[in-house]
Design a binder for this molecule. Structure first.
Ligand SMILES: CC(C)(COP(=O)(O)OP(=O)(O)OC[C@H]1O[C@@H](n2cnc3c(N)ncnc32)[C@H](O)[C@@H]1OP(=O)(O)O)[C@@H](O)C(=O)NCCC(=O)NCCS
Length: 337
């Protein structure tokens, strides 16, 4: 077995296809029946990670000439500079021969060189091989992530007919928030801080108007169709809650649900359900090719999970986020994060 850095820019079509083949085979084993990220979208993300993911680096393992595994690290930025978000994936036919462990060890020096104190993995499917593997390496589970998906063709559309609660109006936009709402929208975005993160070291961004504008510019530069539906409080003219969905240009059939938050003072009026229902109706009306909207939520977040279920989303097997200190992985005597 040999392990080396993988440069997506010089890998060529064959190299990218071999990388994607490992990804697809692994997903078919661990997430059976779920559509696999298409090759073109994976290739795009290798060189240009999604907004908020920081820079990426990849390593691959060969058995003979055959690419059988990869590790991808995202060097999260801003509040999350201490974390190396790491995904290790071994082809099902090459598992249990030490390749996953060897790949993880190969990325550690770079993590340390870039000042990362902890390794987190957010893609371990509950009940899959990833769980005992992570445990064997001393990782501890820090968060359970519920996955839900709206399959548009199967949905009962009447579930999306949700009235706007009295005292509020719905405002929606693509890309940049209207100047007049920017400040209160940034405050509403900060309400995501109330969403539970378990024991993950991840921290939500400290939203300010400038950071909202920077995130909008990043989404624009990647050609994302970024949509926001906000509930504005009639009395104050301020954003009380919002939801965000992005559609990526290379994957027009898929909506990625991003943050949804309602300011504490406005909770309990059904605003979360209202903005999400409005978003689904808007997307489905304007993007007839849209087949799925996928979302993830912390398992403790019972309200959000119930709202999603009421809107017709169904659950997929949960993901477990795991965490371990880089130093503990470098010195096998120390086990626990
Ligand atoms: C998790 C994964 C990377 C492990 O790769 P691997 O090369 O098979 O792992 P290793 O051979 O290095 O396993 C090391 C130890 O982990 C444990 N382990 C790994 N897979 C296991 C399984 N299916 N059942 C029980 N223990 C397991 C064992 O203790 C193993 O040591 P052993 O074989 O001497 O008993 C691989 O199963 C995979 O790609 N899964 C899908 C993606 C994923 O979940 N990645 C982890 C999140 S980052």
């Amino acid at each position: 077995m040999t392990i080396e850095r993988f440069d997506p820019l010089s890998a060529g079509e064959g190299g990218i296809a071999a990388y994607h083949a490992v990804f697809a085979a692994s997903r078919e084993t661990d997430r059976p029946g779920e559509p696999v990220l298409p090759l073109g979208e994976l290739a795009g993300r290798l060189t240009r990670p999604l907004p908020g993911m920081g820079e990426a680096a990849q390593w691959v393992a060969y058995r003979g000439d055959e690419l059988v595994a990869f590790a991808e690290v995202h060097f999260l930025d801003a509040e999350n500079r201490g974390i190396g978000l790491t995904d290790v994936v071994v082809h099902p036919a090459a598992r249990r021969s030490g390749i996953g462990t060897a790949l993880l060890r190969a990325v550690l020096p770079e993590l340390r060189a870039r000042g990362r104190r902890s390794v987190e993995g957010w893609q371990v499917v509950a009940g899959s091989a990833g769980e005992p593997w992570a445990e064997a390496l001393g990782f501890r589970p820090v968060r359970t992530i519920v996955r839900q998906v709206l399959v548009v063709a199967e949905a009962e559309r009447s579930r999306w007919d949700v009235a706007v609660p009295p005292g509020y109006r719905v405002v929606r936009w693509k890309g940049a928030a209207p100047d007049g709402l920017l400040e209160s929208y940034a405050r509403a975005r900060a309400a995501i801080h109330d969403a539970p993160l378990g024991d993950s070291g991840f921290r939500w961004p400290e939203w300010t108007p400038a950071r909202v504008r920077a995130a909008e510019a990043e989404a624009r530069s990647q050609g994302l169709d970024q949509r926001i539906v906000a509930a504005v409080h009639e009395g104050t003219g301020e954003v009380a809650g919002f939801t965000e969905v992005c559609v990526h240009p290379r994957r027009p059939d898929w909506g990625y649900q991003r943050d949804t938050a309602v300011l504490a003072a406005h909770r309990g009026h059904g605003l979360g359900r209202c903005v999400k229902a409005h978003m689904i109706r808007w997307l489905v009306a304007e993007r007839p090719g849209l087949r799925r909207i996928s979302t993830t939520t912390g398992a403790e977040n019972a309200h959000m999970i119930r709202v999603n279920r009421e809107l017709g989303l169904r659950s997929l097997p949960a993901l477990i986020a795991v965490r371990q200190d880089v130093d503990a992985l470098l010195s096998p005597g120390r086990r626990r994060a």
